[in-house]
Write a protein that binds this ligand. Sequence first.
Ligand code: GLC
Length: 749
Amino acid sequence: MRISFLIALPAIFFQSIAWGQSANIDRKVDSVLALMTLDEKIGQLNQLSSDFVATGPITPDGDKQDRVRQGKVGSYLNMTGAARTRSLQAIAMQSRLKIPLLFAQDVIHGYRTIFPIPLAEAASWDLSIIERSARIAAIEAAACGIHWTFAPMVDIARDPRWGRVMEGAGEDTYLGSLIATARVKGFQGKGLGSLDAVMACAKHFAAYGAAEGGRDYNTTDMSLRRLHEVYLPPFKAAADAGVASFMNSFNDINGIPATGSSYLQRTLLKGDWKFNGLVVSDWGSIGEMINHGYAADMTDAAKKAITAGSDIDMESRAYAGQLADLIKRKEVNESVIDDAVRRVLRKKFELGLFDDPYRFSDEAREKAAWNAPEHRQAAREMARKSIVLLRNDSIKKISKPILPLSNVSGKKIALIGPLVKAIGDNNGFWSYSWPDDSTRIVSLWNGMENKLGSTKNLSYAKGCELTGSDTSGFAAARLAARRSDIVVISVGETGNMSGEAKSRSDLKLPGMQEQLVKEMVATGKPVVVLISAGRPLVFNWISENVPSIVYTWWLGTEAGNAIADVLFGDYNPSGKLPMTFPRSEGQIPIYYNHFNTGRPFKNDTDNIYVTAYTDLRNSPRYPFGYGLSYSKFEYGKIVLSADSMSVGGSIRAKVTITNSGTYAGEEVVQLYIQDVAASLVRPVRELKGFQKIRLAPGESREIEFVITEKELAFYQEDLRFMAEPGQFRVFIGGSSAAEEGISFWLKAR
Ligand code: GLC
């Protein structure tokens, strides 16, 4: 049809431009490759870290610059700053072929302006603001000479003992996949070559978050079906979003270290998924295959890694030391090296570095991006939206909740606890400290002072340290509380207690903090507890005895302002937990989309022959998707457009939500689906959709979800992804504990 052809013409035309560019770059890559010696090719696969920031075990080894000058280094990490990168790039320009260096950095949640840790951002369930957070991080990083960020971390994690839960998007595959896409788009912006875009890196491929015991770097072992159903989709989403690179992971998976896994890197990523970007190892993970007992020595490690598809060697020096001999002994075909080098050179061409190696190392642009006020405003908005209100019950004294603080008459507020005046902790792990942090990062104290305009109605007592057994500060805390109308206590972990190599077996508040909270409650004053951490913690006494509890994660540069915005009601909290909060470490792994088992636990029976603990309730302390508001959201009955759908069809689920509270607020309306009976046991429910809506007081709105086969499909035994006819249940509500459910049938073809 003429019209459709005409419509198609521009698309074909633009596609041909894109293809033309790609074909043009491939031709350039091949022309450079043809000039390279074997040593120069291997050099492109060698990544070193500068010594000035260590994010792994540094091997100080003298003058790395000479290796750059000889064309023996292809990329550098932990080398940032327009001036510093320009000077190292100038050394690379002294090499025979003048192939520019790539500069990489862990820009995980901001660079100059620090945003909330990624797990906190995930609690916002706001994909556009999460994308903007990554966008701003890219703008600042790219202005400081960085070409490549080792983010987003897209590891699904169901175990809060694992310190790196702070770095991802939590336990849910559906939410994690959407957030992976948003972050890749944010980092890469309009595409590589733009001066404010950086290469993103989906990591850690794969299943690093499934480490046994929640112990970092530990073994992972699972069925291929679980791997495909739970852990791979966020990586596939990143690949589909055009992520420029992948990073493999430290863990062994099903008996093979991910770094040496051909299944992951060749069969799946570069094969089925047709990924044409590059794969970088994690820090030293190639050499660590010896520790795994998978490689006999560095030669064996280099051979297994390059053969399996790990293109770049980060800091194990295996490729630099072993690849040339492996080629000469014909144990590795040079075509394997050529493929890896092509992937590296292609990115350098796409970034425009062959045209101008210094284009990202521009001190004027660095200065202009360095203190952009709009970045801080965005960080404050992201932080507010990441805060989760866990409890806000009415108290007898005022017959309403303490929050927002305007509810409580009397102005004197006692700020108590070791985190009230914390500065650097607010940035959390994987952040950068700058000389002016003490005046730039907004502590809780600063934020409250900013909000009130002065400190005349504020008092402060640290009460205790974050760790240790000293309670000598309690007396001053009690005094401050008694002289005030309201007590706000800020407790939690240190900013570095969650992160890499930070697994904890005990998730309670460290030190004497819980005791401090008890002392404050004992004064009889209205108490609000703020908990800052990079992971779900266990705080049962507080949960049961403190009427107002706010989870404030680590919120970055604007932390104090964002918390004050919520405490005073200038922002009505809307965050929803991206991870299940356990009552005890003994429940872990605990996650919402579990299987029912043959003897499911039911609250309404004293039958002991059910899947339960004899010493603890089965339910989590707070479920996935949970979070309160100053508003009150009520859900009507779910209405389906039909009671069955045919294959290839769809069904619409509608529900009306009403804000029966007195505050305007946002609610994340969540859609969960259960496949009641299938050829494999299916989770009791799975998140398959959500909409974040804003309702004025008294306002009602009908929300509609369209359910298609895609929402019903799952990986079969043979890994085909398909839906099976049968009964399904739909639940819609404000958390994964939504009770409002209704059934429909998927009819056979
Ligand atoms: C670390 C981390 C990885 C990071 C890399 C470079 O060990 O596992 O996420 O990107 O090394 O810092």
